[in-house]
Design a protein around this ligand. Sequence first.
Ligand code: BES
Ligand code: ZN
Length: 647
Amino acid sequence: MHEVDPTSQSNYLQIATKHITFDWTVDFDNKVIAGTATHELIAKNDEVSEVIFDTSYLHIEGVKVDGDAVQDFRLGPKHEVMGSALRVPLPRTLSAGSSILVEITYRTTANGIALQFLEKEQTQGKTFPFLFSQCQPIHARDLAPVQDTPSVKLTYSASVRSVLPVLLSAKRISPPSDGPAHDGKIIGKDEVVYTYDQPTPIPSYLLAIAAGNLQYQSFQVPDGKQWKSGVWSEPELMDKSFWEFSRDTTRFLAAAENLAGPYRFGVYDLLVLPPSFPYGGMENPCLTFVTPTLLAGDRSLTDVVIHELTHSWFGNGVTHAHASHFWLNEGWTTYVERVLLQIIHSPAHRGLSSVIGYKALLDALALFEDKPKYQKLVIDFNYGEDPDSAYSRVPYDKGANFLLHIERTLGGLAVFLPYVKDYIATYMGHSISTETWKNHLYAYFQKNGSEGQIEALNSIDWDAWLHQSGLRLPVEMEYDLTLVNPANALADRWYESRYTTDISKLDFKSSDLDSLDANQRAVFLERLESYNESLPAGHLFHFDKLYSLSTTLSAEIRFRFYTLVLKSPAAMYFVQGAANWVIGVDDTGVIKGRMKFCRPVFRAMFKVNPDLTISTFKQARTQFHPIAQSLIAQDLGLDLTGLRGSG
Ligand code: BES
Ligand code: ZN
């Protein structure tokens, strides 16, 4: 296993950034951010004579060290995944502990994938352009020269000139969030300078920016809390966004504080992005980014908010050292997310979420049949290997199940939760490896536990969980099935009816789904998909007619419906509908840019009708986020070289 981050070319072990001051202008006409990044760095060793930054597709205009221009900085050859190392020689050799200022003047270019500049037609309001970033896992280097490794934690401050309101993953200094939009100036025309400060050290992948016609509405915060919370969205979506999140966000954050300790970032806002946002949510500090597909109109998808705010402790507080230990972020977050579901709702809700996660895990493991390395919890990345290609539910659900297994082996939540608090308190603000986590777990129970608990820990098959590949978990897990059973029962009834040839004899009603909530409906569809034999086409037409699944506006249900029917004898009939839905030629009018939805639907379509799939993708490709474009292309075996950059 690499000790050093295998995805960064920077020399962060010799010298590391402590603070960055950004001075940026957002240029919507040319689709670039231009300005300076000034790093305050601290030498970790003696005799440090250069700083190496990660950059990708940045145009470097000049470098100053302690205020003086340096001429002999060098931009290295471009590595396909890691980008070009920017080497800055230092005029004096540094000894451990001493600091230096390096100011880099640069601009971003259209080839980077961290930034997506949207045309006004791609927004809700269709009047102003939009910009957003996605820096995790290793795209911060497309936004600014940085030591792009989560092992370096930095504070930052920024001032950003823009003709549209600007949001950053930091605290707004000016103009005030709750004042008039764009400081009362003309949106889209007048330049306003937005200033921000992030005083809590964060890894580079949490740098984030969004700009567009964005408005703010604050949530009510429980008594005694020092933090603020609210939602940002385009004005056209404000009422829906506020309704969807205002009841739950602050009480979820308060519940997480009870479990994990005080919230440290001062502000917890949500930002509802345009449809091309490629994830469900992204835990940018002070400002979680969410997909607009969460606006279900029934508050049924707010689990994503629980997940993202839990990252405030796991990931944003205690951070994985590098890509190999990514499960420490997502596995821990998913584990605690489900504990919070139990606390906020009921043990049955924790079970329901676990069952959904387990199915997603089995799918992910199966998809990596030819890439067993990515079935492991701790992945031994080669130097320069792309972490985006390894992204899957494995770190989430193998990780969460591993922690659940440890919890149960040790004696349950009452024993485990005090340990969780200690883990957080011990490593808050640090970046750690799996080994550090495991050593602390043992140390904690050696100090606070019994001999029996150490024996319990010794009984765990650490190697199987952490380092083995395979299509299943090392231990079969049991979950609370109270909420799962009714969904499975309905699916089983359908399956049992599969030999009934006379559809009019089928005993199903439109109201069958009324008693199932959104997550139970997902389980229902997944159960149907899990049988060895598909339902006959006639059944599926009837099924769709009764439950209107090919027209439901819930993306969580619709993508599961398509993955079910595209594996059935009715596939030819539904493939065009799936194509239309995924690129927004449907009643929603918007692409389904969240990769959780578009990737499986494109993959399922491809098995049915490759030509239609490829032409559908090519037709709408540039509307998808660059990361989604490249992963869908990989899934479909397409080569995007030569096409990229043109959108
Ligand atoms: N941090 C992740 C998103 C991510 C991971 C982006 C790796 C890029 C690289 C975020 O917290 C996440 O897990 N999002 C999930 C939400 C879900 C688990 C509730 C998603 O997008 O599906
Ligand atoms: Zn996450």
